[in-house]
Design a protein around this ligand. Structure first.
Ligand code: IPE
Ligand code: IPE
Ligand code: MG
Length: 257
């Protein structure tokens, strides 16, 4: 009886605290974010660009809380692109250490909350071995969680993903493991970094830039695009709720009428 009351109270509490104006029955399954504008946020305050990256930590984890509040199943964040190696060495080095520290600082909490942490991107190349180890440990620790899958696109480029996939397809064709005439959309999906990841329903880019910057090109074929002027370090769960509201106000057609 006691438990029943507790469960009812929890349900009531959830109902009254759920973000207003969001229809729970038509939530996006997957929200992808381009966390952009850290450098400009810092420069406007007379700080170093790297201070902007550091300030993005609170933005990210508040947004994760928002995703959990909403009950989203998948969230993917662009943390480091294959093109970001072109930045000054000290910024690149900062970002590598920063991402490693972020994992160490948050993985137990994420795990306790039922978050499965995963990575898409090239694991080799210039990614320091230490960082790669942290990635693998975090994935292993959280592998069985199912509440929210939080994917970091790290050393990620959509063209690199397609190149890697095409190479594996070619190798399988050569090994007679794949019939070239049978290749279709589904085959290509199987050769992406995360074949089980549903396509993003919404793609959010912060900082007022209107471009994709080599993010999830295959997967966003029919995603709703949401652009906001908010710089990433200022982004909070309320901004995620705004994006979901905007998504719910759109009419998706998928080529039909
Ligand atoms: C996004 O912020 C973070 C990464 C690309 C790692 P930026 O560093 O691109 O910030 P801006 O776009 O220069 O303001
Ligand atoms: C995209 O942002 C990559 C990440 C957010 C990690 P960039 O700031 O690197 O993109 P461009 O250079 O403005 O296109
Ligand atoms: Mg940028």
């Amino acid at each position: 009886m006691q438990n029943l009351h507790a469960a009812e109270a929890l349900r009531y509490l959830r109902a009254v605290t759920y973000p207003a104006g969001i229809d729970r029955t038509s939530l996006p399954t997957h929200v992808a974010l381009v966390m952009d504008g850290n450098g400009r946020w810092a420069q406007r305050r007379g700080l170093k660009r790297t201070d902007g990256h550091a300030a993005g930590e609170e933005a990210l984890f508040d947004t994760v809380e928002g995703a959990l509040e909403l009950g989203l199943g998948w969230m993917t964040v662009y943390a480091f692109s294959t093109e970001n190696w072109r930045r000054p060495l000290d910024e690149v080095r900062f970002l590598m250490n920063f991402n490693e520290r972020l994992l160490l600082a948050h993985r137990d909490d994420l795990h306790a909350k039922g978050v499965r942490v995963r990575f898409i991107g090239r694991r080799g190349g210039r990614v320091p071995k230490r960082v790669r180890q942290r990635i693998e440990e975090t994935e292993a620790l959280t592998a069985r969680n199912r509440r929210l899958t939080l994917t970091f696109a790290f050393n990620y480029g959509a063209r690199a993903e397609l190149v890697d996939g095409v190479r594996r397809i070619a190798a399988d064709v050569r090994a007679n493991a794949l019939d070239p005439d049978a290749i279709d959309d589904k085959t290509i999906r199987r050769y992406l970094y995360a074949p089980d990841m549903p396509d993003p329903d919404v793609l959010v880019r912060t900082s007022g830039e209107f471009r994709i910057s080599n993010y999830l090109l295959w997967q966003i074929a029919y995603s709703e695009l949401v652009f906001t002027d908010t710089l990433w370090p200022d982004f909070r769960r309320e901004h995620l709720y705004d994006a979901v509201r905007e998504f719910q106000a759109r009419e998706r057609r998928f080529g039909a009428i």
